[in-house]
Write a protein that binds this ligand. Sequence first.
Ligand SMILES: [Zn+2]
Ligand SMILES: [Zn+2]
Length: 88
Amino acid sequence: MICKKCEVDGNFSWDHDWYDNTGKWRLFDHNMERPHKCSGMTTQASIDTPIQAIPRVKCPQCDPLKDSAWIKRDKFQEHVKTAHFGFW
Ligand SMILES: [Zn+2]
Ligand SMILES: [Zn+2]
């Protein structure tokens, strides 16, 4: 069958075990004896979303005109301690 995402024709079938475990469908490639990976487009969605999902806060001690004033929230406490320890 043909993968509708990347239009590669192969010896695929739907992986029912994976669906039972994850609730998601994926194709299993019987020629390669491993799950089918779409060429070139599998990584995009998984890389983009987590980076944008982390909220950023603006550091009041940094130069507000610099991009580096925007700190990821989970790094902010650490940033204040290391970068501005002498100013507090
Ligand atoms: Zn594919
Ligand atoms: Zn700062």
